[in-house]
Design a protein around this ligand. Structure first.
Ligand SMILES: O=c1[nH]c(=O)c2[nH]c(=O)[nH]c2[nH]1
Length: 302
């Protein structure tokens, strides 16, 4: 064993740059609202070992670059992150890669007097859209996603046939509420040319497929529904190699109303917030690579 202490993996940058871009070339304004993180990887040894900052593109500069790039429009979180990754890796020799991440928040136009307002918006609380670009030399990985997409179905879900031991008390049911907050991340095939990709359309399409996948079949378990959802996305989108899910099983327990002389035919539930089942899985194409480097740093998925 050597006693020499050396620098291992490292990256740095500005985290959570909140940027709101208003496009106001007509009276009908548009709004793009993002939370962007930029992290550079490359040769930063001198900074860590000798205090020599000659290679350290300041995190403040990274933040300013995000704002400056937003001036020309965001377009989509994915396209914006790809532009940032290209800028930093082509602009500084020693920056060989990095990780750029965004959350984006949707604003809907306020309906006012029966029509959509030109410049007043209401935050759409449905879900948060996510994107990650990981670049290593000439390899660029792109992962899109969403989180906090809360869905529930009031029937067509059950849970039976599981093993019973001395600790098992859960009654079997063929009719229960199924509810979850969908977190999903899908990885585009590495090496695709994305110059013509309409990421906003792709996002809306994949979100719709996820929602359809949740509704379509009788659910024997959240695990099966998860797989149904992922399969639909991969079948319809050949450019997506794999999709990962993390979904809490938000239990709804039937309340015993018999002390009050009432029946309860699956109508009144106690919505428990914890503990919750936590169901996680990857749905992927058989024999396709899984690109672990792309997923590094994305917490909460398996
Ligand atoms: O859909 C479910 N999957 C499980 O793994 C599980 N376990 C449990 O207690 N209830 C459920 N429901």
């Amino acid at each position: 064993m050597s006693n020499k202490i050396v620098l291992g993996d490292n990256q740095y940058g500005k985290a959570e740059v909140r940027v709101v871009k208003v496009t106001r070339d007509t009276d009908r304004h548009q709004i793009e609202d993002l939370n962007v993180t930029s992290q550079l990887r490359g040769d930063f040894e001198a900074a860590h070992l000798q205090g020599d900052n000659a290679h350290v593109v300041a995190t403040d500069t990274q933040k300013n670059t995000i704002y400056a790039f937003a001036r020309a429009g965001v377009g989509s979180p994915e396209a914006f992150l790809l532009r940032l990754s290209e800028h930093f890796t082509s602009g500084f020799d020693w920056v060989t890669g990095g990780r750029w991440e965004a959350e984006s928040y949707t604003w809907d136009r306020i309906q006012s007097h029966g029509s959509e307002h030109d410049h007043s918006f209401v935050r759409n609380g449905q879900e948060v859209r996510t994107a990650v670009v990981v670049r290593d030399g000439n390899t660029t990985h792109l992962i899109s996603g969403l989180k906090d997409l809360t869905v529930l179905k009031t029937t067509q879900s059950g849970f039976v046939g599981y093993p019973r031991d001395k600790y098992t008390t859960l009654p079997e049911t063929t009719d229960r509420i199924l509810a979850t907050d969908v977190s999903a991340r899908w990885r585009y095939s590495t090496g695709l040319d994305h110059t013509a990709t309409d990421f906003n359309k792709s996002y809306e399409d994949i979100k719709a497929l996820l929602l359809e996948g949740f509704t379509e079949n009788y659910s024997h378990a959240l695990q099966q529904t998860l797989f149904d959802m992922g399969k639909k996305v991969l079948e319809a989108h050949g450019e997506v190699d794999e999709i990962k899910f993390s979904m809490p099983n938000k239990h709804h327990f039937l309340v015993d109303l018999s002390p009050f002389g009432l029946d309860n035919p699956n109508e009144v539930f106690f919505a428990a917030d914890r503990p919750y089942g936590l169901i996680e899985a990857t749905v992927q194409r058989e024999n396709s690579g899984t690109a672990p480097a792309a997923w590094n740093g994305i917490a909460g998925f398996c």
